[in-house]
Each structure stands twice: as C-alpha cells, then as structure tokens.
Design a protein around this ligand. Structure first.
Ligand code: GDP
Ligand code: IMO
Ligand code: MG
Length: 424
C-alpha cells in the first residue's frame, strides 16, 4: 500500500480540514506530518463546527487511527484543550490517537520567545500566530529541543529546567521586551500537568507503526498543515512558517520513504488568501477583496485575524504543483465567487518589462505586476449532483485552471459541509 498525501498549495487555510474529513472514510490512518497549533483545520459536520490544531482531521470518522508524526511540534496545553473539546462532543479520541516519541515540545517560554522576536522586528514582523512555532523548531534544529520521548525519562524535569533557563537568559537580553513572570510560572505548572496527561496516551516510534501498517495493507492519508507558499525553503521567505510544508516534509515528518508515496492531493481555494505579513501579488485591497472576505468568512481559524484576499495566482499554483508532484487537485470555496459578475485569474507576471510565468526569488519585488485574464461569473450554483449540471461559466473556469497547470481537478467544494462537495 502507498501513503496518499494531502497538502495546501497556497498560504494555508485552503480547506484541508474539510477535505481530510471527507476523504477519511477511505483510509485506516490519518497522520499529521508538520506544523503545530499554528494550524487551524475547520470541520463542519451538521450543526457542529470544530477547529483542530494539532490533532489530525480524521478524528470525526470512527475507526480511524490518528497519528501525530515526528515532524509536528506539540504544545501540551493547547493539545489537552483540544482533546477535551473533542471529548465534549461525545467522541472518544484517546484510544484512536498515537503520538510520535520524536515529536518536539513547545514550551511556555517558546511562546514568549516568539512574541519577543516579533516585537523586535516591529513593522517587519512575520505576523506569526505567536504559538511558539519558530522558537520550537529552532531548538529542534539547534539540537536543544525536548521531545515526547523525553517525558518518559527520569531526568525530564531537569532537562526541562535547563532549557527554560536558557530561554530566560535570551529573554532577559531582549531590549524592550517584558513578560509577566507570575503568569509564566502559572503556565509552566499547567504545562507540566498536561505532560502528565500525555504520559497516559500511546506515545511510540510512529515510523515503525506507519511502515508496519503499510506492509499490512492499511491505507494512510498524510495531512499537511499550512501551505506550500509558507514552506521554510520554497515559501516567501522570511514570511513563512518554520517547517517543510511540501510533499518532502511528509517523508521527513512521518518517517516514510519517497517510494511509498501514492497520490498527492493538492488543495487550493478558487481565489487566494493570506494571513500575516509578506508579499501577495494578487491581493485585492478593494471591494473585491472585501467581498471575498465577507462571503468566504475569511477570518483566521486560529487567531481570528482578517485574512487578506485576492485572485487566483496561476504561476504560484503551478510552482506548488511542481514542488509537490501533485497528482490531483481539490478546488475549495468555489461558492464564494458565485456572486461575482467577473472573476480574474493571474496567468503570468510582468517583472519589469519581462513577461514570466515563474515565481521570482523576490515575490515582493516592486517591479512585479500580475497580469490577469477575466472570466464571466457563473452566478448561483443550484445543483451540485454532477459536474455536467454545473453552470457553463464555472466549467470554463475549471477547464482553464486544469489546462494551465496540467493536473485534473477531481473535487470541487461548494460549501463548508461534507455534503457540499462534488467529486468527479
Ligand atoms: P485549513 O486550515 O486548510 O483546514 O482551512 P481553514 O479551516 O483554516 O479555513 C477554511 C475555512 O473555509 C473554514 O472555515 C471551512 O469551514 C471553510 N470552507 C471549507 N470549504 C469551503 C467551501 O467550499 N466553501 C465555503 N464557503 N467554505 C468552506
Ligand atoms: P493552516 O494549517 C494560514 C502563517 C502565519 C504567519 C506565518 C508564520 O490552518 O493552513 P507561525 O506561527 O507558523 O510562525 O507563523 O505563517 N500561518 C498560517 N497561515 N494557515 C495556517 O495553517 C498557518 N500557520 C501559520 O499567519 O504569517
Ligand atoms: Mg487553517
């Protein structure tokens, strides 16, 4: 059996959570491979709306094992809140959850370091979610991090104390940054209690679990967080997250070999959004952007911040497809464009006086100008029972994207709920 990978092709929030939930019944295991509580994956099932941060989006499907891979960074406080929130919906989750011993921990001081780093950058700030993601991954690559496996060791408290002391020394040298020491002490206590809870869960070397499952013929779906344009290597650096959000990140973040990869499902919105700072060539700081934001309810699932909105960017999408080896596409939030008389798509850029369909090194270059093609709007979609019944104008839009990027769109999402989905 192969591992199918599902990931975002834009700046995150493409609707990955919804698709994983829709596709999950076809799988035995759903495994998250990177990111942490910076992610917010929304699932709307009937009257229940739930935002997942660290727990894989297969959790609302019975019988599915949910794996948090070694590439994920875990904040025990936010993790426990998430578990309790799911349990409150009457779902027994702990028995269907496995955590990698190699997943790194986010400490309360990582959050402070994140805030301090952002404060020091002033106007140049990344616009991070302030969840401590950057500092936790820095400790991982700096070989100072604490991992889930460490919580079972007798010297864990000592190692924790050593790392916190190191963080406090850094914080003490940060000019103009202060923090509430009592609040930190409270958070540290709470954090340790949450570690006690994690000790009761199944923590194992998930690379063995996943590879054994593959050999036993089980089907695995790897769930990405964020999106390719936020990738640490290929995103709009430095306005990116700190992990590998592309397909290769699934191999690293789960311990699976490239040869085990089956389909790569690329999820994108019919337009574009971005939350946080950084370049966004097709951003619409006008009535169109406002309309997308209002109709699409474009407010961050994790931070509640307003998402910046703009037209679909084909060169950026094409590049993400290449980087990930995407085999099929899922187009999300198609319904949000229903009321637009005209829809624009960026087909290429002008970089000074040169035309290009490649994403340049500096996406924020002042001489970069997106060139658009205009499409006629399709109006209200009344019947999504089959592709043939979709309005002609929407079919033209879909065909144009498919021909531009060379990959078929096999799922079209028309609303946040499971049943508002057309598969081809
Ligand atoms: P993720 O991070 O990629 O999982 O996406 P988010 O959950 O952060 O953001 C996507 C938002 O769009 C959520 O509020 C979803 O409920 C919603 N959503 C998903 N698919 C659709 C769709 O096809 N149409 C509309 N209108 N909303 C959708
Ligand atoms: P999901 O999985 C959208 C953005 C932040 C910021 C940058 C760095 O829901 O698609 P970080 O906290 O990671 O250091 O922030 O990345 N960002 C996201 N934007 N969706 C996400 O996740 C994001 N996770 C991080 O807004 O610009
Ligand atoms: Mg999200």
């Amino acid at each position: 059996m192969k591992v199918d990978i599902l990931l975002g092709l834009q700046w995150g929030d493409e609707g990955k959570g919804k698709v994983v939930d829709v596709l999950a019944p076809k799988y035995d295991i759903v495994a998250r491979f990177q990111g942490g509580p910076n992610a917010g994956h929304t699932l709307e099932i009937g009257t229940v709306k739930y935002v997942l941060h660290t727990i894989p989006s297969g959790v609302f499907n019975e019988n599915i094992l949910n794996v948090i891979g070694n590439g994920v960074v875990i904040d025990p406080i936010s993790f426990l809140e998430e578990v309790r929130g799911i349990e409150a919906l009457g779902i027994e989750i702990c028995k269907r959850l496995v955590i990698s011993t190699r997943a790194h921990l986010i400490l309360p001081t990582h959050r402070l370091l994140d805030a301090s780093s952002e404060a020091s950058k002033g106007k140049e700030k990344i616009g991070s979610t302030l969840k401590g993601i950057g500092p936790a991954y820095m400790d991982k690559t700096g070989r100072n991090g604490l991992r889930i496996g460490d919580i079972l060791e007798p010297d864990f408290a000592k190692r924790y104390g050593f790392l916190v002391e190191k963080h406090k020394q850094i914080l003490a040298t940060a000019t103009g940054f202060t923090y509430d020491h009592d609040k930190l002490a409270e958070d540290e206590k709470k954090w340790m209690n949450c570690i006690d809870f994690i000790r009761t869960l199944k923590c194992t070397d998930t690379e063995y679990l996943l590879n054994d499952a593959l050999r036993a013929g089980k089907k695995i779906l790897a769930e990405g967080a964020q999106g390719s344009l936020l990738d640490i290597d290929f995103g709009s650096y430095p306005f990116v997250t700190s992990s590998s959000t592309t397909c290769a990140g699934a191999c690293i973040g789960l311990g699976i070999a490239p040869s085990t990869i089956g389909s790569v499902v690329g999820v994108f919105k019919a337009y574009c959004t971005r939350v946080g700072s950084g370049p966004f060539p097709t951003e619409q700081l006008n009535e169109f952007g406002d309309k997308m934001c209002t109709i699409g309810r474009e407010f961050g699932s994790t931070t509640g911040r307003r998402r910046r909105c703009g037209w679909l960017d084909i060169p950026a999408l094409k590049r993400a497809i290449i980087l990930n080896g995407v085999t099929c596409l899922n187009m999300m939030k198609t319904d949000v464009l229903n009321d637009f008389d005209e829809i624009q798509v960026c087909t290429h850029y002008m970089l000074g006086d040169k035309q290009t369909d490649q994403v340049p090194y500096d996406l924020g270059a002042s001489n970069l100008k997106p060139i658009y093609r205009t499409f006629k709007g399709w109006g209200t979609i009344t019947d999504i029972s089959s592709y043939d019944k979709l309005p002609e104008e929407l079919k033209i839009y879909i065909k144009f994207i498919e021909e531009s990027v060379g990959v078929p769109i096999n799922l079209i999402s028309m609303g946040p709920e499971r049943n508002q989905t057309l598969t081809r």
